[in-house]
Every structure is written in structure tokens, then in C-alpha cells.
Ligand binder design. Structure first.
Ligand code: ADE
Length: 247
């Protein structure tokens, strides 16, 4: 999968791409990340990439021509590229969008800066707009890194065990169950006995119950859309009942 990142700050991508799982995915050829400096596509010799907004107002707007020239040059190489603008106005990034994006073979991520990009970039050259959360970053670079990271880790061959991507939070619409490793006891807190029992059926049931409990307590909104079995609904009723008794 190819990620082309259009940015004014190429240096921001150096260390996230040279550590751990992303580094390995690049080395193995599962992903290719190409950083495109928008300034290289400026239309004057000063490398101007921004200008004052028509109509007045604070700040600077990223100019249309350098961004469009950069996109065109990528499209001339591959007509199937999907162009995404990172902006707080985009649709909210979540795991279902990660899965959706992982189906493409070539994404271009445009990192906006300043007060935004000229609207004409969006109307003709952008297929999708994505926000990574309801807050304003100084630019789209960190959002692009989030997207590259989240999409890469669901690509085949990136995570060690096939199961590690399967059992985690959100994949089945619920938060993940609690995890423990050695020591058995830490500052008086013991690992739950069931995990030491070797009884795999009991462990599975305990984990499912913990997933349901956590999701109910921390992210009840997810329960409305998670695919739940009759057994899950029964367990949820029991959990609610227990919580009422504790109140
Ligand atoms: N650029 C600035 N804020 C952003 C956000 N929350 N998501 C994506 N791009 C952004």
C-alpha cells in the first residue's frame, strides 16, 4: 500500500516512520510512505505556498496551485489514488474507516496548515475529508501519522499473531478485556484466579463478561451498535443488576 503525504513539514514524519511496527512494515515492503513537500510545487521561485484570505480576516490560507500541482503529479503516475484532506471538518476517524481505507492500494493524505486550504482544492481534487477528533491541531501532519499507523496495523502480515488484530478493542464493537502478565501479585493486587486456572472455557467467558462490563461503564454508546448475542444481553442484565446492588 502506498501513502503519499503532502505536507509543508516533511521532518515531522521522520521518527514516527522509523520506529517499531511502521518501520518494519516499510522494511518488509508492506507499505511505502512517500513524503511530498508541497513547497516543491510552488508556482514562483520564492516557494510561496500561502497567502492572505480574500475578504480579510486572520491568518494565511494555503494556496490552491501548489497543492493541485502536487496531486496532479501523483495522479499522472496512478489514476486510482484516493485523495484525503485532513481537516477538523472531516468525518470522524474510527475503526470502521480504518478498515475502509485499508481496502485501497494508494492514498494521498493532504496535511492542511494555517487557517485552512483554498476551498477549490476540496471541490475538485479531494475525494474524502477526515478529522481525527473534535479538537484543532496545528496542522494535519499528526492526523496523517495517526491514519498511516491505524491503517498499516490492519494490513495482512503487519502484526505478529493473526489473533492480535482480531481480539482487540473495537474490532467486535466492544472494549478489550483486562490483560495481565507476571508477577502474579503486585502491591497486594493479584491476577484474577480464573486466568491462572488453565480452564479455557471459563477464561473465555470471564473475558467476554469483562469486555461487556468495561464497555457498559466506559463507552455505553458502543453497546448500541455492537453485534451482541442473546447470551451477551443476559450477561449485561446481570452486570447492570450487580451495579445497582453496589450503589
Ligand atoms: N487538522 C487540524 N485539526 C485536525 C483534526 N482534528 N483532524 C484532522 N486534521 C486536522
Amino acid at each position: 500500500m502506498i501513502f503519499d503525504v503532502l505536507t509543508l513539514f516533511p521532518g515531522m514524519f521522520l521518527s514516527p516512520l522509523s520506529e517499531s511496527i511502521l518501520k518494519r512494515a516499510i522494511e518488509r515492503g508492506i507499505i511505502q510512505v512517500r513524503i511530498v513537500n508541497i513547497r516543491d510545487y510552488a508556482i514562483n521561485k520564492h516557494g510561496t505556498v500561502d497567502d492572505r484570505p480574500y475578504g480579510g480576516g486572520e491568518g494565511m490560507v494555503m494556496k490552491v496551485e501548489p497543492i493541485v500541482r502536487a496531486i496532479r503529479s501523483l495522479k499522472s503516475e496512478d489514476g486510482n489514488i484516493r485523495v484525503i484532506l485532513l481537516t477538523p471538518q472531516g468525518r470522524l476517524f474510527k475503526q470502521s474507516i480504518v478498515e475502509e481505507l485499508s481496502q485501497y492500494s494508494h492514498l494521498a493524505l493532504i496535511c492542511g496548515r494555517y487557517e485552512g486550504v483554498d476551498e477549490r482544492v476540496k471541490t475538485c481534487y479531494v475525494d474524502d475529508e477526515i478529522s481525527i477528533g473534535d479538537y484543532i491541531l496545528t496542522g494535519g501532519e499528526l492526523a496523517a501519522i495517526v491514519i498511516i499507523d491505524a491503517v498499516t496495523r490492519v494490513l495482512p502480515g503487519v502484526l505478529g499473531g493473526a489473533l492480535s488484530a482480531e481480539c482487540e478493542s473495537f474490532k467486535d464493537g466492544l472494549l478489550e478485556y483486562p490483560q495481565y502478565t507476571r508477577p502474579i501479585e503486585f502491591e497486594g493486587n493479584r491476577v484474577p484466579e480464573v486466568l491462572l486456572s488453565g480452564n479455557h472455557k471459563k477464561i473465555r467467558e470471564w473475558r467476554r463478561r469483562e469486555q461487556l462490563k468495561r464497555t457498559l461503564l466506559k463507552r455505553p454508546d458502543l453497546l448500541k451498535i455492537a453485534p451482541l448475542s442473546k447470551e451477551d444481553l443476559k450477561i449485561l442484565d446481570e452486570i447492570r443488576e450487580n451495579l445497582r446492588e453496589c450503589d
